[in-house]
Design a protein around this ligand. Structure first.
Ligand SMILES: Nc1ncnc2c1ncn2[C@@H]1O[C@H](COP(=O)(O)OP(=O)(O)OP(=O)(O)O)[C@@H](O)[C@H]1O
Ligand SMILES: [Mg+2]
Length: 221
C-alpha cells in the first residue's frame, strides 16, 4: 500500500533516515530499533507529518499531498491527540472538519464506541480518563475518520497488562492494515513482517521469528 523510494530525512545537517526503499503491502508490520534510531521519524512519513528531504513516499503508487486523509496516526501519548473536554465532542471534532452532518456524526460516534466497547465513556470528561481509557479514545478518534491504514507509535507504553491485552485483541480484530512501532516485542510476535531500524537504516527486514531474536541478540551482546 505504501512505498518508499530512496527516502532520506535530514535535520540540522544530520541524516536521520538514509535512503530507505521499501514496498509495504503486508497487513501487520512492526518496527523495532534502539532509542533514537529513527522509528518515529519513519512513521511520521506515512501520514505526511514528516516530509522526505529527498526521495519519494507513494501511497498506492501515487504521490499524495493529503496523506492524512488516508492514514490515521495513533500517538504514544494520547494527551497529544485528545483536545476536547468531553469524549463525544473530541470524537466529533475530526468529522466536523470533514463537514459531515450532525446525524452522520452521531451515527459514527455510536458505531465506533460500540466497536471498541467504550459506550460508557461517551459523556465522560477526557482529562479524567485513565491512561488506558485515553489510549482507547485516541484510537476511536482515529478510527472514526475511516482511514485506509493506521500507524501506531508505541501504543502500549502507558497501558497496564489488562489494557495491553485488550488493545492487542482490538488491534487483532481491526480490518485496517497497520504499522506499529514498539519496544514491546510480544506485541509484534504475530505480525507479518518486522523492520529493524538502526541509525536510520533498515538493517533487518523479515518475519518476526527471524528478525526479533537477532535484534535481542544484538542488544544483549
Ligand atoms: N527536529 C529534529 N532536529 C534534529 N534532530 C532530530 C529532530 N527530530 C528527531 N531528531 C533526531 O533524530 C533521531 C531519530 O529520532 P526518532 O524520534 O525518529 O527516534 P526513535 O527511533 O523513534 O526513538 P525512541 O525509541 O526513543 O522513540 C534522534 O537522534 C533524534 O534526536
Ligand atoms: Mg520514537
Amino acid at each position: 500500500m505504501m512505498q518508499f523510494d530512496r527516502v532520506t530525512v535530514a535535520k540540522e545537517g544530520r541524516t536521520i533516515l538514509s535512503e530507505i526503499s521499501l514496498d509495504l503491502p503486508e497487513h501487520r508490520i512492526g518496527v523495532i530499533g534502539n532509542n533514537g534510531s529513527g522509528k518515529s521519524t519513519f512513521l511520521r512519513l506515512f501520514n505526511g507529518l514528516e516530509r522526505p528531504t529527498s526521495g519519494r513516499v507513494r501511497y498506492k503508487g501515487e504521490d499524495k499531498t493529503d496523506l492524512r486523509q488516508h492514514v490515521g496516526f495513533v500517538f504514544q501519548n494520547p494527551d497529544n491527540q485528545i483536545v476536547f473536554p468531553m469524549v463525544d465532542e473530541d470524537l466529533a471534532f475530526g468529522l466536523k472538519a470533514r463537514k459531515l452532518s450532525k446525524p452522520e456524526i452521531k451515527t459514527r460516534i455510536d458505531a465506533v464506541l460500540t466497536e471498541l466497547s467504550l459506550t460508557h465513556l461517551r459523556e465522560r470528561l477526557t482529562h479524567q480518563l485513565s491512561g488506558g481509557e485515553k489510549q482507547m479514545v485516541a484510537l476511536a478518534g482515529v478510527l472514526i475518520t475511516r482511514p485506509d491504514l493506521i500507524v501506531f507509535d508505541e501504543p502500549t507504553t502507558l497501558l497496564d497488562l489488562r489494557n495491553k491485552l485488550r488493545f492487542m485483541s482490538v488491534l487483532d480484530a481491526l480490518p485496517h492494515p497497520a504499522v506499529v512501532v514498539s519496544h514491546d516485542l510480544d506485541l509484534l510476535a504475530g505480525f507479518d513482517r518486522i523492520l529493524h531500524i538502526e541509525d536510520g537504516h533498515i538493517i533487518a527486514d523479515g518475519v518476526p521469528d527471524v528478525v526479533i531474536p537477532a535484534y535481542i541478540a544484538r542488544s544483549t551482546c
